[in-house]
Ligand binder design. Structure first.
Ligand code: E4P
Length: 218
């Protein structure tokens, strides 16, 4: 399972990269705004800065909502760095753009996936990744993990190459359950990645080992 971090915060990206287990980054317009990155020049530079930290795919989302605009913006983003993946929303215009980019060999991440039907269409259009938002489904009392399971079955039935990128991950159990189902990638906050490593028995066991060592060795 690939681990992506879902943030535009350079410090958090560096911290995750330093762990040596990071495979990529996802961003979205809200995450960029949260970091105060505004204006086209600064936004494009920020994507390059992220690419320079992480050796892996970096999703950069288009703002345009029409086919022509998405193509224009996506081509500009794709030229920034070889690791940029053009992130495109699941809309009719978005699907046309994904097909266009797929035919040109430009990689895409179809975002805002909330149903198996959307994921099927995105795969048929040639999306490199689909991003089902599991946390946001959970928020409205729908099981996000059921969606991951459905998409896994559909993609395996037809041997689609599109990778399932479980998004809107909120906590470590989301990651574990996505791994059990067989999601190809998860993208989550640094807190969820760090929480995977924590266990109180590890902490107390280590404290005991060090105390016993000190008793004998001083
Ligand atoms: C996915 O690529 C999105 O950036 C993200 O996972 C959305 O997560 P949220 O629901 O926590 O905003």
């Amino acid at each position: 399972m690939k681990f992506f971090i879902d943030t535009a915060n350079l410090e958090q990206i560096k911290e995750a990269q330093d762990l040596g287990i990071l495979d990529g980054v996802t961003t979205n317009p809200s995450l960029m705004a949260k970091e105060g990155i505004k204006g086209e020049k600064k936004i494009l530079k920020h994507y390059v800065d992220i690419c320079n930290i992480v050796d892996g795919d970096v999703s950069a989302e288009v703002i345009a909502t029409d086919f022509k605009g998405m193509v224009k913006e996506g081509e500009k983003l794709a030229k920034l760095h070889e690791n940029i993946v053009v992130k495109i929303p699941m809309t009719k215009e978005g699907i046309k753009a994904i097909k266009y980019f797929s035919d040109k060999g430009i990689r895409t991440n179809c975002t805002l996936i909330f149903s198996a039907g959307q994921a099927l269409v995105a795969a048929k259009a040639g999306a490199t990744y689909v991003s089902p938002f599991i946390g946001r489904l959970d928020d409205i009392s729908t099981n996000g993990l059921t969606l991951i399971d459905q998409i896994r079955t559909i993609y395996d039935n037809y041997l689609f190459d599109t990778q399932i990128l479980a998004a809107s991950v909120r906590h470590p159990m989301h990651i574990i359950e996505c791994a059990e189902i067989g999601a190809d990638v998860m993208t989550g906050p640094l807190s969820a990645i760090l929480a995977l490593m924590k266990h109180p028995l590890t902490d107390s066991g280590l404290a005991q080992f060090l105390a016993d060592h000190k008793k004998v060795n001083g």
